[in-house]
Design a protein around this ligand. Structure first.
Ligand code: MSP
Length: 649
């Protein structure tokens, strides 16, 4: 039977370097889905890559005295080694500087022109070079870039425009006809309310202000706008408009574009409109996942969080990092990384639940049966619950994975692990072992546990890289490449096979000691980054007296309503209850929070800040936030529930 195809993509990553754990999120998620689908007999094509053009790259390369190509080559090497370390099983890695991509993007641009979807006009706006963005006057904050706060300059450019507005109705119809096209649902509503309903404007798709990009084929003064170049990767990688479109004919449309929530708009508005203009089917589904935030943790004594995936993998292994990313973040929403949360999660699940089950089972078979797998014979009712749970896992996992409920899928596997640990406590093999008449029953119990482990290892192999094979090694077995009618059913291990003791499958950490170790690791990593430290010193503000401090009034507020400020990319507008009054407060956090995520949240507000007009709206106070060295911003919230209006001092 011919396999069903499954084409899955991550966004192509910016060539900016300094990859942190958050960057690994999209890729690890896609890898787990791709691995699961391969096991589930799909013909999977998993694409990832790097987004290597743009003014930022041109500028950064100049700063490092390198050519842009040499600069992106260095970062390409870095990201490929990161994906290797994390066991990312992509089928193709595309670079937007690859020749075939450049040629196809030029053909795409020509086709858009030929079809009447591109016209030449003039673009005028305030331009922020680091953000590669034009802003209208109304969007600027204090005359500066609303995204990064840096100086902007007025620029007028002759530009080509894509007739995005023409596709407004067809996009709406696409959403209506395909309710799963954008998920989760909240992101669909945001696209409709914030972008389609107010009306789409034509999109400027070329630049003349820099050189590092793909030249417009019929006007080489112009460079093709980075997003047209970048989005096209999903089809150029398959050979669209090339001499060999075999992969394109086989795999397109994409079954899943997995993207972070901040780039859902590009993938659900600009991308399908471009495809419509090209006469190409839109992708089947775009999923906008939440972010991994790097939080403070009151319970943690750590000085900071380790956010470098190389450091974490080096010390804790790839499975710990993958497991944390897949299990800790409620899929679709944001999740928080702290050193403590990381240690707690791997200790509880990998060391205690799974590690214990494997070491207890294999040790008892060695102790009571000389390391030979016993034959199951004397069955009791108690066994059925375990066996049924193991047998029903396939159905549950395929359903969860189809619905992209990755956390729930892992939870199901760990429910079986807990059930098996409980089964040991209920059947008490060490007591059975004392009674020679109970040898057959003891054999059945240990067989059932071994078979449960086989099933667990098989399913875990979509999510983890090393531990599943280590479990199978205890039974001298290989992990299967695909699920089949036999291996998803309980009872496949052959009695009589040799069973090796597992040893320590995953070490258990003493949390306090390990947190201190993590601090040391951070310290030594920081010593290697003197530049950043120097920069930090410049940021230290001058000392103030307690009287100075007491002039600032801080109160607890509760966010009643929150929405995006239409005129700004950066600002959220919140109605905040502070005791008996309600204030409107604007905060530059639209990049970090979805409005709906903030409603009901308790926050700390500077209440005696002089009201200020931002983008034409009055803001009556300031919501306190913290920003880490990676630029991740989180709201400061009281540790426990406290009435709004309470004084913070
Ligand atoms: N180059 C564009 C995508 C073009 S696709 C045609 C881009 N690149 S990126 O490097 O900034 O982001 C790549 C992926 O990493 C995105 O899905 C982004 O959401 C994800 N993440 C980066 N930081 C993240 C977190 N802290 N948490 C989770 N994922 C985040 O956007």
């Amino acid at each position: 039977m011919e396999k069903k195809k499954f084409y899955i993509t991550t966004p192509i990553y910016y060539s900016s370097g300094n990859f942190h754990l958050g960057h690994c999120y999209t890729t690890v998620i896609c890898d787990a889905i791709a691995r699961f689908k391969r096991l589930d007999n799909y013909d999977v094509f998993y694409l990832t890559g790097t987004d290597e053009h743009g003014q930022k790259v041109e500028n950064n390369a100049k700063k490092e005295n390198m050519t842009p190509k040499a600069f992106v080559d260095k970062l390409h090497e870095q990201i490929v080694s990161l994906w290797k370390l994390l066991g990312i099983s992509y089928d193709k890695f595309i670079r937007t500087t690859d020749d075939y991509h450049v040629k196809s993007v030029q053909k795409i641009f020509q086709k858009l022109l030929d079809n009447g979807d591109i016209y030449k006009s003039e673009y005028e706006g305030m331009y922020c070079t680091p953000c590669e963005s034009f802003w209208s006057e109304g969007q600027l904050l204090d005359g500066k870039c609303p995204d990064c706060g840096r100086e902007v300059k007025l620029m007028k450019e002759e530009s080509y425009f894509f007739k995005l507005s023409k596709y407004q109705d067809r996009l709406m119809k696409l959403y209506e006809d395909n309710p799963d096209f954008i998920s989760p649902k909240s992101r669909l509503n945001e696209m409709i309310n914030n972008f389609l309903k107010p009306g789409l404007k034509d999109l400027c798709v070329s630049r003349t202000s820099f050189k590092w990009g793909i030249p417009v084929p019929f006007d080489d003064k112009h460079i093709i706008y980075v997003w047209v170049d970048a989005l096209s990767n999903y089809i150029t990688a398959l050979g669209y408009l090339s001499e060999d479109p075999t992969l394109f004919n086989k795999y397109w449309p994409a079954d899943l574009h997995m993207v972070g929530k901040e780039i859902v708009r590009f993938h659900t508005i600009i991308w399908p409109a471009l495809l419509m203009a090209l006469g190409v089917e839109p992708p089947k589904r775009v999923y906008g996942h939440g972010w991994l935030l790097f939080g403070g943790d009151k319970m943690s004594k750590s000085k900071g969080n380790i956010t470098d995936p190389f450091l974490l993998c080096d010390r804790y292994g790839v499975d710990a990092v993958r497991y944390f990313l897949l299990r800790e973040v409620p899929f679709g929403n944001d999740g928080v990384y702290t050193n403590l949360a990381f240690l707690n999660r791997i200790n509880a699940d990998l060391a205690n639940s799974l590690g214990n089950l494997v070491s207890r089972t294999t040790a008892m078979i060695n102790q009571y049966f000389d390391g030979v797998l016993p034959k199951p014979s004397e069955k009791e009712d108690l066994d059925d619950e375990l066996i049924n749970m193991a047998n029903s896992l396939y159905g549950k996992l395929t359903k969860h994975m189809d619905e992209l409920l990755i956390q729930e899928a892992l939870e199901e596997i760990f429910k079986l692990i807990s059930r098996a640990n409980k089964y040991i406590d209920e059947t008490t093999p060490w007591i059975l072992a004392k009674d020679p008449n109970k040898k057959a029953r003891l054999g059945t119990v240990l067989y059932n546990l071994s078979e449960t482990l086989r099933i667990i290892a098989m399913y875990l192999s979509s999510y983890l890289i090393e531990m599943p094979q280590k479990i199978m090694d205890c039974f001298g077995e290989k992990l299967p490449k695909t699920f089949d009618d036999k291996n998803v059913v309980f009872g496949q291990l052959k009695p009589g096979i040799k069973v090796e003791k597992s040893g320590v499958l995953f070490p258990r950490f003493n949390i306090d000691k390990e947190l201190a170790e993590m601090d040391k690791l951070l310290d030594s990593a920081k010593k290697e980054e003197p530049k950043k430290e120097e920069q930090k010193k410049e940021d230290i503000k001058k000392e103030i007296s307690i009287d100075d401090f007491s002039t600032i009034e801080l109160k607890v507020g509760k966010i009643l309503e929150c929405e995006k400020l239409e005129k700004s990319k950066k600002l959220l507008k919140s109605k905040v209850e502070i005791g008996n009054e309600t204030r409107t407060i604007l905060s530059g956090i639209a990049k970090y929070y979805y409005p709906a995520d903030l409603v009901g949240k308790s926050v700390v507000v500077v209440t005696n800040l002089k009201p200020a007009k931002l983008c034409g709206e009055m803001s009556e106070g300031m919501i306190l936030c913290a920003e880490d060295k990676n630029g991740q911003v989180v709201i400061v919230s009281p540790e426990k529930l406290v009435e709004s209006g309470s004084i913070v001092s």
